[in-house]
Design a protein around this ligand. Structure first.
Ligand code: PLP
Length: 435
């Protein structure tokens, strides 16, 4: 490392030399892993670039109109480009989709009818989805109130239990849902290969069932996306991977036209569907974010690998581990101690560009069961493709670290979190063996 760089880290960020040295040593061994990520990045960058060329994205497409928003060319371009990238017939991409939860909720409420059953085959769904489905809380308008049934098949050793899945499918089952990313759990993300196998087994005996993938945090981590391996409908959030840290808001849903049209009727109104809905000048940022997304995801992945490996060497359990294939950008670390969680989150916040001076505190976030502490220090509020960490304050005190739109900042975050824990005597840095 450059002397200037070392001095800068000590002077600007007040971190201890011993912390910097150890992290530099660990980083050296990770370079081959980084090379593999660069290749996936390049593939996905060409995919996105080609989609933009193929759809003839032009400088005139960034305008927007008022009122009903009929014939908003920018909105239509955005949706065609998304459909192209995700290899889908159609797409619904709107700033009015408030979040990933909203996008997924739209899929379920758009497609499911009274008496239908939704079957999750990746265990307990993401916290916010439990309220949507009606297995937690009693929110008016949840799926249960509309007499939509729910069942789930738990993962076995972190993998889809196909045998049990096929047993649980009945004549009411309309959607089988796979949550690709780990959520607030302790498993790896489901790989594209595993999803492909599960989908083909389900379709073999039940061709009419719709396979839905919650793709939050999974976009651009691999060369293929879920529609390419047989999924029917895929949804995610623009304040995560595909927004590239630049999209100001929104969610996306991709799939066959008939499903997207039905879901669009839920978003707007039956008969209006995709044909209206203002974009409020967001099209340029949505597309610029999408353009940067493969690069940003690669930077975040390299950051996650460094973070995971450093904490592994410090003696913590980490998921995924160094040799696991990455199918989401999340790095989970098990701290077993709320004090460590809090120091870690402070370190993330302190390495941010925005709100770096504030101290994150646990709070009752809408949609979540336990108090959640979140470090979020990006330009887009709550964006988790930018550097961030969140931890529900419950045993065994996992922290989920993700994002970072450039690797240098991710590295600073690793250094800052370790330095905080070191200075509070919460870790034993001398036990780290680099090789
Ligand atoms: C983040 C996330 C969601 C919800 O997305 P929000 O934008 O936070 O509402 C759903 N599922 C998974 C797996 C997620 O990671």
């Amino acid at each position: 490392m450059l002397n200037e760089l070392q001095n800068q880290l000590e002077k600007f960020f007040k971190v201890d030399k011993i912390v910097i040295n150890i992290i530099n040593e660990i980083e050296k061994n990770l370079l081959p892993k980084f090379d593999a990520i660069e290749e996936i990045k390049t593939y996905n960058q060409f995919k996105v670039l080609h989609a933009m060329q193929n759809c003839k994205l032009g400088s005139g497409d960034f305008g927007w109109n008022t009122g009903y928003g009929y014939g908003d060319v920018g909105r239509e371009k955005v949706e065609r480009i998304y459909a192209d990238i995700f290899k889908a017939e159609s797409a619904l991409v709107r700033p009015s989709i408030a979040s990933g939860t909203h996008a997924i909720s739209l899929v379920f409420s758009g497609i499911l009818r009274p008496g239908d059953e939704l079957l999750y085959i990746t265990g307990s769904p993401y916290d916010t989805m439990q309220k949507v489905i009606g297995i937690k809380g009693n929110e008016p308008g949840n799926l249960r109130e509309f007499k939509i049934g729910y069942n789930q098949v738990d993962l076995v050793n972190g993998h889809i239990d196909i045998e049990n899945t096929l047993k649980q499918i009945n004549h009411n089952t309309k959607i089988v849902a796979i949550q690709r990313s780990t959520g607030y759990s302790d498993r790896n993300a489901i790989s594209i290969t595993e999803m492909k196998y599960a989908i083909s087994e389900i379709k073999k005996t039940n061709p009419e069932i719709l396979l839905f993938i919650d793709n939050c945090y999974g976009e651009f981590t691999q060369t293929k996306e879920p529609i390419e391996i047989g999924a029917d409908i895929v949804a995610g959030s623009l304040i995560k991977n595909p927004g590239g840290g630049i999209a100001v808001s929104g969610g996306y849903i991709v799939g066959d036209k008939r499903y997207i049209d039905t879901i669009a009727n839920r978003l707007t109104a039956p008969g209006l569907g995709k044909d209206c809905g203002l974009t409020f000048g967001t099209n340029r940022n949505t597309l610029q974010g999408l353009f940067y997304a493969p690069y940003v995801v690669a930077e975040a992945l390299k950051g996650a690998i460094l973070m995971g490996e450093v904490y592994h060497k410090l003696g913590f359990e980490t998921t995924p581990s160094i040799n696991d294939e990455r199918n989401d950008i999340v790095q989970a670390i098990k701290f077993d101690d709320p004090k460590k969680v809090i120091e870690f989150c402070k370190g993330i916040q302190e390495s941010g560009a925005v709100d770096s001076y504030v101290t994150p505190e646990a709070w009752d976030m809408p949609g979540y069961e336990n108090k959640v502490i979140m470090a979020s220090a990006g330009f887009i509020e709550g964006s988790s493709i930018e550097i961030s960490a969140d931890a529900p304050l419950r045993e065994p005190y996992y922290v989920y670290y993700q994002g970072g739109t450039n690797y240098a900042q991710c590295k600073l975050a690793v250094i800052k979190t370790v330095d905080n824990l070191y200075k509070k005597n919460l870790i034993d840095i001398n036990k780290v063996q680099v090789r």
